[in-house]
Design a protein around this ligand. Sequence first.
Ligand SMILES: *[C@@H]1O[C@H](CO)[C@@H](O)[C@H](O)[C@H]1NC(C)=O
Ligand SMILES: *[C@@H]1O[C@H](CO)[C@@H](O)[C@H](O)[C@H]1NC(C)=O
Ligand SMILES: *[C@@H]1O[C@H](CO)[C@@H](O)[C@H](O)[C@H]1NC(C)=O
Ligand SMILES: *[C@@H]1O[C@H](CO)[C@@H](O)[C@H](O)[C@H]1NC(C)=O
Ligand SMILES: *[C@@H]1O[C@H](CO)[C@@H](O)[C@H](O)[C@H]1NC(C)=O
Length: 398
Amino acid sequence: MQMVCSSRRCEGVFLFLVLLAFSAAAAAALLEDGVLSNGDFETAPPGGFSSDVQFTDGPTTIPGWKSNGTVELVESGQKQGGMILIVPQGIHAVRLGNDAEISQEVKVEKGSIYSVTFSAARTCAQLESLNVSVPPASQTIDLQTLYSVQGWDSYAWAFQADENDVRVVFKNPGMEDDPTCGPIIDDVAIKKLFVPDKSKDNAVLNGDFEEGPWMFRNASLGVLLPTNLDEQTSSLPGWIVESNRAVRYIDSYHFTVPGGKRAVELLSGKEGIISQMVQTKPNQRYKLIFSLGHAGDACKQPLAVMAFAGDQAQNIHYTPNSNTTFQSANLNFTAKAERTRVAFYSVYYNTRTDDMSSLCGPVVDDVRVEQSGSCKIRLGGFVLVFCFVLQLFLFVCV
Ligand SMILES: *[C@@H]1O[C@H](CO)[C@@H](O)[C@H](O)[C@H]1NC(C)=O
Ligand SMILES: *[C@@H]1O[C@H](CO)[C@@H](O)[C@H](O)[C@H]1NC(C)=O
Ligand SMILES: *[C@@H]1O[C@H](CO)[C@@H](O)[C@H](O)[C@H]1NC(C)=O
Ligand SMILES: *[C@@H]1O[C@H](CO)[C@@H](O)[C@H](O)[C@H]1NC(C)=O
Ligand SMILES: *[C@@H]1O[C@H](CO)[C@@H](O)[C@H](O)[C@H]1NC(C)=O
């Protein structure tokens, strides 16, 4: 009897070790956050970049990527019809002709949420868009609005992995008269997203905006978050972008942010809205608190936000103060339901004073929704102690 038992235990240990080895191997094979294989398109194709060689035969092959249709490697400074093509970063980028696509297979973790960051520029002053997908999920991103005077922007799009091997696809859905028109893509990166834990005393998830899409350490334009109504698959966990236009995700390396390393800059007035449904108790009084500031990007004043919490709305102006770059703002409200919408948009349509055309606006950060009245917090403390004692009790007993 005893022998059987101990051999079972051995089996258990063996199984455990095998599982451990397997999970270690799986972890090693998983994709790391950051740029995709040749995601910056700077790796030379087998025959060299076309500018380096006299003759090219056959279609361009792009290391790391599969392509279909007219896909072309373009070089910075390259001219077309009197226009210089824009390469967002480095020397090379890729251009997608009518109905053309590029794709790359990536290893992910089934069930997890990932955000893809990429830079895109349009080539002709026509309606251009880009369909980014990880089938069956897809989104068509409108490149019509130029947010930065540089002529390109970075965008983020999120998906939930259905499989462990997925294909990231960029397709130009356009059918333009001029087949050489078509979006330019560069700097493709991916990041696995984590949904931050909900805190006891703040109903807002990711209110400090620290969790979000991949940002290149040296890319200075921030990352645009286009319309996304699905809070489950959002590049900005917890939040949705419910407007037609994008908001900009910014970092402290290139912008002024009120707290931590990340924040959101609201652009294009009412056309750029972020919101979150937070859990509330009906009839309970709450306070929405947030930081309101400027991004340090020479944005033309005045800056103001419209803040919403349930049925309350308030227009809050940013008051420039030489000592600080942000101020704390708040709004009292009484919850009417189990879920309350918190939302922000910029009151004005601001542009930068230095180039007069890049879009900019007020910065929102550290958003909190707290219950009004301090006895709740004390009760929270008590509950915490109680849980701790209970846990201790269970631990000792088991
Ligand atoms: C390439 O694209 C065309 C048109 O969209 C499609 O019919 C064809 O199946 C694609 N080929 C491959 C290899 O994906
Ligand atoms: C950003 O950094 C990467 C890697 O360090 C480098 O290859 C790239 O050229 C840089 N981009 C810019 C715009 O400086
Ligand atoms: C975008 O591409 C995906 C996958 O190729 C496709 O299913 C979807 O219909 C496309 N969307 C549009 C608007 O073309
Ligand atoms: C800035 O700080 C100084 C010193 O702390 C103070 O005297 C001054 O009033 C502050 N200015 C503003 C606009 O708050
Ligand atoms: C919210 O209510 C608190 C008192 O509970 C008050 O001190 C504060 O000024 C109110 N805030 C606003 C914006 O009305």
